[in-house]
Design a binder for this molecule. Structure first.
Ligand SMILES: C[S@@+](CC[C@H](N)C(=O)[O-])C[C@H]1O[C@@H](n2cnc3c(N)ncnc32)[C@H](O)[C@@H]1O
Length: 649
């Protein structure tokens, strides 16, 4: 192979190694002899003598270059020896020679993943899934989808991502990137984004934005529709299009009738607006017009008149329907299915939560200015408003501990209960106590847990600072995104290990000083402009950030998922109480409180980079090394430090 050919081969994929071919004149041995040679190689492989197995597979391939099994097994043997770039071409060849063998595509997908190429891994897994669908393959597909932005699709990936979102192969938020990248491959959607961005913040006339088909043009994209009903859309360009769409719905309201397909889409947009808690920007005249439409509906409802389905959907895109006077009367009337779903979301579910609130016990008082202010924030904006859970989750303790009695678990600051629900679905036998300051959050969490039929969670209102008084202890404690909102996070954190049994485990999520430089910049801007933690000002602040210079710290916030809903954006930028911590301080705390650090929960790509920087195995539990790593890559913990900890037995 000459240099040009080598370069071309290198461009094809991660591996630039070519496969040795036998001379054209070589005679392939008879099948029986090949089978014996392969059997002998396999025996070495199974015995763990990998270099010898490798030598033997290579020998077979020198005699029979198209021996699919040898390519596949050689690839696996090479992978096991860490020779990823050599392994991949053999696995590719094995899969090409046996395209109907799902296992060949599985092995290839695993190798691509190890090589840090999830965009190739997802295609290989999709092929394996098509051939034979199993739970393990669905999970692996979702795992790949979490890491990719897709730049092409013949429709197959789109279908699988749609199923993943619908059937809960992963949390919707984890599928968001893949999903949005696929939605943007739709030429119509993409053209709308380009036009909306170019005109932003000006709203465009409907036909100028969507073309002659109007809003219907957007409604054909099934993935977009499903995403709108499932999770906040975490992309600025799409948000601009949807903001325009809502406006087009409003100004078209005077026209009255819309067809059934379009009504369905209106309801979908309204569901998105409720999920993101009406975070989309709003001009003054638009707010006025939406208010007038709501007033008209109120008048009609008060007079016992029937209101039109499209006008309900339009109002529901600006205000939750339960803010209408006499909203419950709407439930007594027959509606198309899409309107029923909307009424369920915006009237029935909030009303169920109010009933549930009365059933939640109070374990400790909530005292002190900080706890009370934090509680008030999450009463107004329970965090986060989730719709679909991911698959049952498994915290590390269940891998390591076998115990006769049920596990006692504490979720300290459970919020609206997303991870609590996922955990409880996995750990059927566990007794879970989930506490929070906010009754609204707990009620949301309890309603969702009831939807899953879970009976092993006790939800209670309590302040972490007072948990020492409840006289209970636990095998596992989870407190993610909570302690940095306490008046004194260290004091709060000290309460938790005191409730942990010896040998127990804990997972704690904490803000990083370095990781939140952009939030610090935004908080300074918010203080300077006098923005208050109310919807109007949060919307204004988002507009400022979206308009910030590309590449600036402020603009980087638009890459954070939390930017895209009201409760999450308030939590991100407007929190009444926020501490940011450093690894040296955390290290001192762990030593003082006899807690062992067992590692960070991080994406595989970051763990791989860390292992290259600090190859010695013990480094992964060395906070000094992590501190150096973070200094060199300050965005490593832009989300949080997610620490896994153990209390010695
Ligand atoms: C950012 S949310 C995180 C919720 C959840 N852990 C999650 O990861 O989705 C923080 C939650 O901690 C709760 N919280 C804050 N301070 C608390 C305290 N002192 N005691 C109990 N809960 C608290 C808040 O009410 C809020 O629901």
């Amino acid at each position: 192979m000459n240099r040009k050919q080598r370069r071309a081969a290198g461009r094809r994929g991660p591996a630039s190694v070519t496969i040795a071919r036998a001379p054209a004149t070589a005679m392939a041995p008879p099948p029986q002899a090949l089978a014996e040679l392969f059997g002998a190689a396999l025996a070495q492989h199974k015995a763990g003598v990998l270099p010898e197995a490798e030598r033997r597979y290579r020998h077979i391939l020198s005699l029979a270059p198209n021996h699919a099994e040898s390519h596949g097994m050689l690839g696996i043997a090479l992978l096991a020896q860490g020779k990823i770039n050599e392994a991949i071409p053999h696995l590719e060849r094995g899969a090409a020679l046996k395209p109907d063998l799902p296992g060949a595509h599985d092995d290839l997908a695993k190798a691509y993943m190890t090589a840090g190429r999830p965009e190739l891994a997802i295609v290989a897994t999709a092929r394996a899934l098509e051939l034979d669908e199993t739970e393990r393959r669905r999970t692996f597909f979702a795992h790949c989808a979490k890491l990719v932005l897709l730049d092409r699709d013949d429709g197959r990936l789109g279908n699988l991502v749609l199923r993943a979102l619908t059937e809960g192969w992963a949390r919707p938020r984890e599928l968001s990137r893949a999903c949005i990248s696929l939605i943007k491959l739709d030429r119509t959607v993409n053209a709308c984004i380009v036009r909306a961005n170019a005109a932003w913040p000006r709203r465009l006339p409907t036909n100028e934005l969507f073309g002659p088909e109007g809003i219907t043009a957007l409604s054909h994209n099934r993935l977009l529709r499903r995403l709108l009903e499932t999770d906040p859309v975490t992309d600025l360009g799409l948000e601009h299009v949807l903001t325009n769409t809502r406006y087009a719905m409003l100004i078209g309201a005077a026209d009255g009738a819309v067809n059934e397909g379009l009504l369905d889409f209106y309801c979908t947009v309204a569901r998105q607006c409720f999920i993101n808690e009406y975070v989309f920007g709003l001009t003054e005249s638009e707010a006025e017009r939406a208010g007038q439409l709501r007033a008209m509906l109120n008048t009609a409802l008060a007079a016992g008149e029937r209101v039109s389905a499209p006008s309900l959907a339009i109002v529901a895109s600006y205000f939750p329907l339960n803010s209408l006077t006499n909203a419950r009367a709407l439930l007594d009337q027959p509606w198309p299915q899409c309107v029923d779903a909307l009424l369920g979301q915006q009237i029935k579910e909030p009303s169920q939560e109010r009933e549930i609130a009365a059933t939640i016990s109070i374990l400790t008082p909530v005292e002190g200015d900080v706890s009370r202010a934090v509680r008030a924030q999450y009463e107004e904006n329970p965090y986060p408003r989730w719709v679909k859970a991911g698959p049952p989750g498994q915290p590390p303790i269940l891998n390591h501990r076998q115990t006769e009695r049920p596990l006692d678990v504490l979720i300290a600051g459970c919020g609206t209960g997303l991870s609590t629900t996922e955990f409880a679905r996995h750990a059927h036998g566990a007794r879970i106590l989930a506490i929070d300051l906010s009754l609204a959050s707990l009620s949301y969490a309890k309603r969702m847990a009831q939807n899953f039929g879970l009976t092993n969670i006790e939800f209670a209102q309590a302040d972490i600072m007072k948990l020492g008084s409840i006289g209970r202890d636990f095998d596992f404690i989870d407190s993610s995104g909570v302690l940095h909102h306490l008046d004194d996070p260290w004091a709060g954190w000290r309460v938790l290990p005191s409730l942990l049994r010896p040998g127990g485990a804990m997972e704690v999520g904490l803000y990083s000083e370095r990781g939140r430089r952009n939030v610090v910049a935004a908080r300074a801007m918010i203080a300077q402009r006098g923005y208050r933690p109310i919807s109007e000002d949060i919307r204004r602040c988002r507009e400022d950030i979206a308009a910030a210079e590309d590449g600036s710290l402020l603009k980087s916030l638009t890459r954070s998922d939390d930017f895209f809903s009201m409760s999450e954006c308030r939590d991100l930028l407007f929190h009444s109480q926020e501490h940011r911590l450093t690894l040296p301080d955390i290290k001192t705390f762990l030593a003082d409180n006899r807690l062992q650090f067992a590692g960070f929960v991080l994406p595989p790509a970051i763990l791989r980079r860390f292992a290259i920087r600090f190859p010695e195995p013990a480094a992964v539990t060395d906070l000094d090394r992590w501190n150096t790593f973070e200094a060199e890559a300050p965005d490593t913990f832009a989300g949080m430090y997610q620490l896994s900890l153990h209390k010695p037995a």
